[in-house]
Write a new protein. Sequence first.
Length: 451
Amino acid sequence: MASETVRDSRTRAQERLLVPLVVFLFFAWGFATVLIDSLVPKLKGLFSLNYAEVLATQFSFFIGYFVFAIPAALILSRFGYIRSAVIGLVVMACGCLLFAPAADLGVYPAFLFALFVMSAGATILQVSANPFIELLGPEKSSHSRLTLAQAFNSLATTIGPWVGALTILSGSATVNTAGLSEQALAALRRTEAHVVQFPFLVIAAALIVIAFMFWRIRNDTAPRVTPEAARIGAMAAMLKRPRVALGALAIFVYVGAEVYIGSVMTNYLLQPTVLGTGAPHIGRVIGSVIGLPGLFSSNPVVCAGQFVSFYWGGAMIGRFIGSYVLTHAQPGYVLSACAVVACALALTSSQTTGHTAAFTVLAIGLFNSIMFPTIFALATEQLGSETPNGSGLLVMAIVGGAIVPEVAAHVADSTSPAAALFVPAACYVCILIYGILAARGLGMPTQNAAG
């Protein structure tokens, strides 16, 4: 008994070390991926793209979750949680480094390729880190622990747009092509493209440092992954489990809605019917209220980019609140309630103008907050040794970030950005239904459903 007590104490001490490291991992990849939102308005103007064309950035990144999810699950099964995190960090750093040659070339497809490589590393991190943080403690608090980790991911996605606005969006977001020869235009685009590379090179260095930290503790005790866990056939078999299959659909539409809104937010706010060139005035008012009058840029594009931080900041605040609420309320019903409000906000923004349209679309982030971690935890609940298969399938569903934004972008190009908000609104209806079904015990053993 004494030896078991000592061993349990050692395990708890190791968990206390691993939890903050894994939480920091969530922060790191969140910061890297959210900068894509700042890329969208920059590349849209730089290469004279419409919404469907520029959202190829998100397509290139999020399609990687579909392509690399199965290989990532196999990596997790073969190397375990800590070594898989190292592999994911290094691959993602390589993608960030590719922004340097992309800037030198000054051509749009080169940036898309860099994002695709980044997505390979991000996929490995998603497959390994989400179940990892769930297993680092009691099962009854797994929802709360994953939501807390996602809150730090949201802290990064709150800071990231601000940094992106001040670096990537500095200067002009459009290119004046009047009177320029083809060679002169190419040279101008290369010059402007170099602004894009700097934050990604800094991120690459940070990711390598974090990878080294994980490599130092690669032999520490961590939850084990059974060698046979991640198999393609077994992953496909997860589709026969309604709780997992519908959870994957919920992840698909959630990520699609979140990514689309975040990606077009800057351009949406800059519309004359929303904030237009009045964005800096709103920034000055907000800055004066909080005692920081110079906080927001006087450049309308940069200021609108800074406002995107409110969208992701809402998600951060909501996740900190949610990590507490989910320990006292049924997760499925909390998920449904958030989906109802998010849907209402999207519809309100689409049907209004000015400050109302701006603030309602920004507020969606607050109610997006608990959706991903709650869906993920609900879908993988009590999977046991099959967790890597379920995790792999759910991470594949993140490909919704590639598909849904393209659908919404085509609606925006053919009608208006306001009308395109009906697409994410429909996504939230799907999440509402999943939350209710999960709360009623969808796919769970009878005794658990009854409880």
